[in-house]
Ligand binder design. Structure first.
Ligand SMILES: Nc1nc2c(c(=O)[nH]1)N[C@H]1C(S)=C(S)[C@@H](COP(=O)(O)O)O[C@H]1N2
Ligand SMILES: [Mo]
Length: 198
C-alpha cells in the first residue's frame, strides 16, 4: 500500500513537470512566432545628380546567348515597336502608383530572338531571364512564359512615355498582364541576363 502511494505521488509529480515543460515550449514557440520588427520599406529620395548616375544609355543582353547585344533607344526604335495605352503601375496592395497615357516598346521575346538563346536541342528549354536595373532591382521571367505562353506577348522593354524619352533611366522592362504590374516594372534598366537551369 505504501509503495502504491509512493508511485502515485511520483506519477503526479512527473505529469506536473510535463505540464510545465510543455507550457514553456509553447511560450518559446510564441516568442518565435512574434513578428520581427522590420524597418519600414522606405523610398530614399535621390538627388538629381545621383539619379542621373543610375541612367544607362544602353542595355546589355548577355549570358547564355549566341549574340550578346548592347541596345540603345535608337536600336529599339528600329525593331518592331508596339504602342501601349493607359498602362497602370500597380503596387503590391493593388494601389495605382502611376498611370502612363501612352508608351512605346519592343517585345522582350523579340530581343531574345535577336540575341538567340544557346539551346542545345528542342528540349533545352529551362532558362530564366533576369531584367536588372543599375540599383540592382530585378525581375525574372522564364523561357516558358516568354516563348510558350501569352505573357510573351505582354513583356516589353519600353523606351518612350507620352511621346517623350523615359525619365527614370532610358528603358523600362514591364509585364503588362501581371496582376500587380509594379514588381516586374524595372526602371533604370541595365541588363537582360539569360541563365540556364543547371
Ligand atoms: N530600378 C528600380 N525599379 C523599380 C523599383 C526600384 O526600387 N528600382 N521599385 C519597384 C516597385 S516596388 C514598384 S511598386 C514600381 C513602382 O515604383 P515607384 O513607386 O518607385 O514608381 O517600380 C518597381 N521598379
Ligand atoms: Mo512596390
Amino acid at each position: 500500500m505504501k509503495t502504491k502511494n509512493y508511485i502515485l505521488v511520483l506519477l503526479i509529480a512527473f505529469s506536473c513537470s510535463m505540464c510545465n515543460s510543455s507550457k514553456k515550449d509553447k511560450e518559446e514557440t510564441n516568442a518565435i512566432e512574434k513578428p520581427l520588427e522590420k524597418p519600414k520599406h522606405e523610398h530614399t529620395v535621390l538627388t538629381a545628380e545621383d539619379s542621373l548616375k543610375l541612367v544607362n544609355h544602353y542595355i546589355e543582353v548577355k549570358g547564355e546567348v549566341e549574340f550578346p547585344l548592347q541596345l540603345t533607344v535608337d536600336s529599339l526604335k528600329k525593331m518592331k515597336v508596339t504602342t501601349i495605352d493607359n498602362f497602370k503601375i500597380l503596387g503590391k496592395n493593388g494601389e495605382v502608383k502611376r498611370e502612363v497615357k501612352t508608351c512605346k516598346g519592343v517585345l522582350l521575346r523579340d530581343i531574345l530572338e535577336k540575341a538567340k538563346i544557346k539551346q542545345e536541342d528542342h528540349k533545352d528549354r529551362n532558362f530564366y531571364i533576369v531584367t536588372r536595373a543599375s540599383d540592382n532591382y530585378k525581375a525574372t521571367f522564364s523561357w516558358a512564359e516568354l516563348f510558350n505562353n501569352p505573357t510573351g506577348d505582354n513583356a516589353f522593354i519600353l523606351f518612350e512615355e507620352n511621346g517623350k524619352p523615359i525619365k527614370n533611366g532610358e528603358m523600362i522592362a514591364i509585364c503588362k498582364n501581371d496582376i500587380r504590374t509594379g514588381p516586374r516594372h524595372v526602371y533604370w534598366l541595365k541588363s537582360i541576363e539569360v541563365y540556364k537551369v543547371e
